[in-house]
Structure formats: C-alpha cells, structure tokens
Write a protein that binds this ligand. Structure first.
Ligand SMILES: *Cc1c(COP(=O)(O)O)cnc(C)c1O
Length: 471
C-alpha cells in the first residue's frame, strides 16, 4: 500500500490546499503504526494452489445476492436493473481519473455533466434550483431541512420549532427533523392511507417549520391531497418538503413543484439506476424553489462565460459533503436519463403497471390493506395466521430476495413489494406463483425456512446487538 504513494512532498490544490504526501523513503511501519497494532509473529497464511484460491473466491462471490443474480423486490429501495452502459459512462478514463482538487479549467467536462444533470432534475421536478452534493437520501433530507431552518433564521423567525411527519414516513424523516434541531410530531392517515388533511389543519400553526411528505407514500398510495396540504402549510408560513425516494412512480407524470412542494430530495441511486445496497454509495440530490435556492449547499455547477464554474449560493448552509458529491452516481444518473430521453415516463408507467399486476394476482390469497390503484409498490399482508417473516424467509429458498417486511409500520405484518419497471412478466409470474405457493404452506414448514441458504435463520436482534465481525 505504501508503495503506491507518490514521492511528492506537496502539491497546490485548486483552492490553495496543500496535500501532505509522505516521503516514501523515510516511512517505516514501526514509525507510522502504534506499537500495539504491530504483529509479534508473521501471519499464518494458507499455502494453497491457485485453483483452490480461485474456487474459494468464486464460490464466495456466488453467495452474493444482487439484482444481477435474482429478482429483488425490496419495497421502497427501487432495486432496478443497473444498465451496463451506466458503468461504461462512469468508468470513462477522463472522468474516473479526475482528482477532486483538479482546477475547474481541467474539469470542464465534469462540470458540464453536473450542470446538465441539475437541469434534468429541474425538468423532472419542476424546480428552478438543484444541488448534487448530498451523499444519500437521508442526507438530502437533512440538507433540505437545514435549508428550511436557515431560511427562518435569515427571516428572523425564531418561533419555528416543529416538523410534521406522517405515520407512514421512512424512519429517516423524524431522524432528520431531530438532527436539524426540530421537534417532530406525527400525523395520522385517512381511510385511503393518505395524510389526514383535517388533522393537519389542526396541527399546523406558527411553530410549524415544515411537513415532510413522501409521495407516493410508503404504502404505495398516491397522496391525492398534495395541493391542499401545500396550501395549509403555506398559509401558516411553513414549507412542504417531499421525500423523493419514490420518484420512480412520478417521472414524467407528476412534478412536485406543480403540487406546491418547496424542496425535495431524489435518490439518484434508486430512481436513476445506480448500484446500491449494503449502505452505499448513494446520492441524495435536492431540488428547491427560488425562495430556498440561496440556501443550497456550496458549491453548485453554473454556466460561466463559455464554460462552467463552481459557485457558492449567497446564503449557503455550507458544505454537506467533501468535494462534489458522489460524482460516479451523477454520471450514471445522467447517462440513464439521456438513454431514456423523452421516454423517461415509460419507467414510471411500467413500474406502476408491474406493481398493480402483482396486487391484482395476489388479491384473494394475500390481504391488501389499501386495495386501490397503487403506484410503483404494493403493500400486502400474508393470509391470517401466517407471518410476514416466515413468507419472506420462504422466498429465499425459491431464489428471491424477500420484499421489505414490517414496514410501513402502520400495516401489521406488512410486506412491501416493489417490482420496478425492469422485470419481465415471466419473472413476475414466477414470483407470484411462489408467493401463492408459500401462502399454502403450513406454518411449520415456513418456520424452517430458509433451508437452502448458506446460513439458516439468524437471531437478527442478537446479531445486531452483539456484532461479531470476525471469526
Ligand atoms: C431509501 C429511502 C430513504 C433514505 O434514502 P437513503 O438513500 O437510503 O439514505 C428515505 N425515505 C424513503 C421513503 C426511502 O425509501
């Protein structure tokens, strides 16, 4: 590893940072590592032949579960196919080899891609301003709510202490409110599974900073009262924020700005097909109205003369990430949108069709708590007496990644199924067949599952509490 360090004692960065670079010749492990971290004996490495090593790693890699190997209907996560063309775009040497401290003049192509993606996201959302900096959806939420906070600080309004969160919200929403220094209050649902507007009217007052809404919400239900909800908030001087994790159901069909939303985040890694899972990498780009634009994180890529430059919005909340966000995800999202062009809407139409096909075919065997037209995902409950956990584990034995279970919290024994647009009818039929078959299995049979996976059923709570990450 140390051999890779370039022998160079410092280099002037774009903004005059000096990068410390050790002089490799003078570095010895004893000098750089604490004594306790040094081995006392040489490691006992296995002495094996090459085919054994190759087989070992190949077989390990085959235990990896991913969208490239199996159907992955993990609700709310939008596990769609990742086109290989995206990887080609992200691995273009001119982009992949860029250093984040390279001068703007040497990175004009990258700035252009950022500027264009900002434009595409503007078009899809209806908002005039975008930032690509946040590194995940959760961070996009936090960035948005910090912008709202700074707006009120700037306006000298110190009464805004509360953020409202519907009971269907993803856990990151109340967490965001708390991390941004607000209290959060939960709002209930009406009989359609939508935010209860009457309850909202009673809750909103001069202490309300924002409502965080997800549309379609995590029950796969479209929040049909958005315009009215936005009016209630705006009358009280508060903002409407939209969690855009479910934008896969809106592309080309609903622009949040048209519905009165003030600020939102995208999950580029969900909606625009960049590989994710296992904690990253992600990109939580945000889009906002004119009123919030000056508070966006620093910097954003803007046009400047014949080229592009990084600009700090006037009242910026500052940086929320090192450098310029997850640029690899930016390239993939840009490529994905360019590939679809004006047909981007087909993504949404197919995703919604697929989810409704599953809903229609599971109906009668599985319980459907909100049995109306759903958007890109559908929440179902197993037949009475069966547990979501058992059905999920049974799916593993049939070669499927289980859907999200026990979420949304408002539905008991919830199974949140999101097929995405990239699955064929054959795949959906096979999956539905398995779901119907599992519904017929006895509870005793299901409790045994999975029997074919490398590990059987784990005590997940204990594994999380007493993590043993070595053997
Ligand atoms: C995935 C998701 C988030 C969080 O996004 P991350 O990129 O995982 O941080 C927030 N809200 C909803 C509804 C989501 O599905």
């Amino acid at each position: 590893m140390l051999g890779n360090l370039i022998r160079d004692k410092g280099r002037e960065g774009r903004r005059g940072y000096t990068l410390p670079r050790p002089d490799v010749k003078s570095v010895s492990l004893e000098k750089v590592l604490p004594k306790g971290a040094l081995r006392k004996e040489k490691p006992k490495l296995a002495e094996v032949d090459e085919p054994t090593v190759v087989r070992h790693y190949t077989n390990l890699s085959r235990q990896n579960w991913g969208i490239d190997t199996n159907f992955y209907p993990l609700g709310s996560c939008t596990m769609k196919h990742n086109p290989r063309a995206n990887e080609a775009a992200a691995n273009t040497p001119g982009f992949a080899g860029l250093h984040p401290l390279q001068s703007e003049s040497q990175a004009q192509g990258a700035l252009q891609v950022m500027h264009e993606l900002q434009g595409f996201l503007s078009e899809v959302s209806g908002f005039p301003a975008v930032s690509l900096q946040p590194l995940a959806g959760a961070q996009g939420e936090l960035t948005s709510i910090l912008m709202v906070k700074k707006f009120f600080e700037d306006a000298g309004d110190d009464a805004r202490t509360t953020v409202l969160v519907p009971s269907t919200a993803h856990g990151t929403n109340p967490a965001t409110a708390t991390m941004a220094g607000f209290g959060s209050k939960e709002i209930g649902l009406d009989e359609h599974g939508c935010v209860d507007v009457e309850e909202l009217r009673e809750m909103v007052d001069e202490t309300t900073a924002a409502l965080m809404i997800t549309n379609p919400n995590t029950c796969g239900v479209y929040e049909r009262n958005m315009v009215e909800i936005a009016e209630v908030l705006h009358e009280a001087g508060a903002f409407l924020y939209m969690d855009g994790a479910n934008m896969n159901a809106n592309l080309g069909r609903m622009r949040p700005a048209d519905k009165g939303v003030d600020v939102m985040h995208f999950n580029l890694h969900k909606t625009f097909s960049t590989p994710h899972g296992g904690g990253g990498p992600g990109s939580g780009a945000i889009a906002c109205s004119e009123a919030l634009a000056p508070f966006r994180p620093d910097p954003v890529a803007e046009k400047s003369g014949d080229g592009y430059a990084f600009v700090r919005p006037d009242k910026s909340i500052g940086r929320v990430a090192g450098f310029h966000g997850n640029f690899g995800q930016v390239l993939r999202a840009w490529n994905y949108i360019k590939m679809h062009g004006p047909e981007l809407r087909d993504v949404t139409d197919m995703a919604v069709l697929n989810a409704n096909y599953i809903r229609a075919r599971l109906r009668g065997t599985y319980r459907i708590p909100y049995d109306e037209l759903c958007k890109h995902e559908v929440v179902v409950q197993p037949p009475k007496g069966k547990k979501a956990l058992d059905v999920a584990k049974g799916l593993i034995d049939h070669g499927y990644h289980p859907p999200t279970i026990y979420f949304p919290l408002v539905v008991k024994e919830a199974m949140l199924i999101e097929p995405t647009e990239t699955e064929s009818k054959e795949t959906l039929d096979d999956f539905i067949g398995t779901m119907l078959e599992l519904a017929e299995s006895t509870s005793e049979e299901l409790e045994e599952a999975p029997v074919s996976a490398p590990t059987r059923r784990l005590d997940e709570a204990r594994a999380a509490r007493k993590l043993k990450a070595r053997w």
